[in-house]
Design a protein. Structure first.
Length: 291
């Protein structure tokens, strides 16, 4: 595990970088990289423990580089606006992402053509902005428990393979959207509903109509937990898949540590295993021939 530091936009930024322990031939191409954005007020270390990507053997054996950047003041600039129209946060996180990828590529730690992004909560909301304002940077993306930034327009976005997870009982990004509960810090504003988020993602990927496929969460008692609902869109320029978890709160699905009861983040999401599903998708995308 390495801790790197770089200046971006006049701000000193940091990230945790884990290189695969599998030896790589001197003439081998740079490896794919997975960049994971933590939730608001979280940390790279906490996100790394939560997602468990470093424990997925297929990623390690394939030589992937895992990157967990640190948000400025532990937040991400998803483009939220103050009442006077100014951005709520001063950090230019889209530029930071570009600069981080450039640094990893220059050091041979990442193939710039195989950069994959994942984000949880506010990190996922920022990820939507990154897809729109840094078109073509990501070869695939995964958003967990987050909504589309309400003020975001995406005219410059490029279709990108995308998987999205949402919880029906998520208080931080409510299914119906709107204002967050009063206990959440003022200034975060509203969040887009899941239907609007999916409509915006479908427009980004130039999709047709969705198809719904019920999917069991893997609970021993089929009646204990409602099924996760899988929706996939047809006729897209890039794949779009959504998993709706009706009784899940603001949790990383399948994580070993689901947080504490009474923390205000809603019910646990013991299944499906989001990390395994995301890794499977990204491994498939990374193995495809380049255009």
């Amino acid at each position: 595990m390495q801790r790197i530091s770089l200046e971006s936009g006049g701000i000193q930024r940091r990230a945790m970088v884990a290189l695969s322990p599998v030896p790589r031939a001197a003439d081998a191409p740079p490896p794919p990289a997975l960049v994971v954005f933590h939730d608001r007020l979280s940390t790279p270390g906490r996100m790394r423990a939560l997602d468990g990507f470093d424990r997925i053997g297929a990623l390690r054996q394939a030589g992937w580089t895992l990157v967990h950047p640190q948000g400025f003041k532990r937040e991400w600039n998803a483009g939220r606006r103050l009442v006077d129209g100014r951005e709520a946060l001063i950090a230019d996180d889209v530029t930071f992402l570009r600069d981080l990828v450039a640094l990893l590529a220059a050091e041979g730690a990442a193939d710039p053509a195989r950069i994959f992004l994942a984000g949880f909560g506010e990190g996922g909301t920022f990820l939507f902005r990154a897809l729109c304002e840094a078109p073509g940077l990501a070869a695939g993306a995964a958003v967990v428990m987050a909504g589309w930034p309400p003020s975001l327009t995406c005219g410059a976005g490029r279709p990108t393979p995308l998987v999205i997870f949402n919880g029906g009982l998520d208080p931080a990004h409510p299914w119906a959207g709107g204002q967050r509960p009063p206990r959440w810090r003022a200034g975060l504003g509203t969040t887009a509903s899941v239907p609007r988020t999916l409509s915006s993602a479908a427009a980004l990927n130039r999709c047709g109509a969705p198809r719904t496929v019920p999917r069991r969460t893997g609970q021993p008692d089929p009646g204990a937990t409602p099924p996760a609902v899988r929706r996939e869109w047809q006729g897209c320029d890039a794949p779009l898949v959504h998993y709706g978890l009706p009784e899940a709160g603001h949790r990383w699905p399948g994580a070993a540590d689901q947080g504490r009861n009474g923390d205000g983040l809603g019910p646990a999401a013991p299944a499906p295993d989001a990390s395994a599903m995301i890794a499977e998708m990204f491994l498939w995308l990374a193995g495809r021939p380049r255009p």
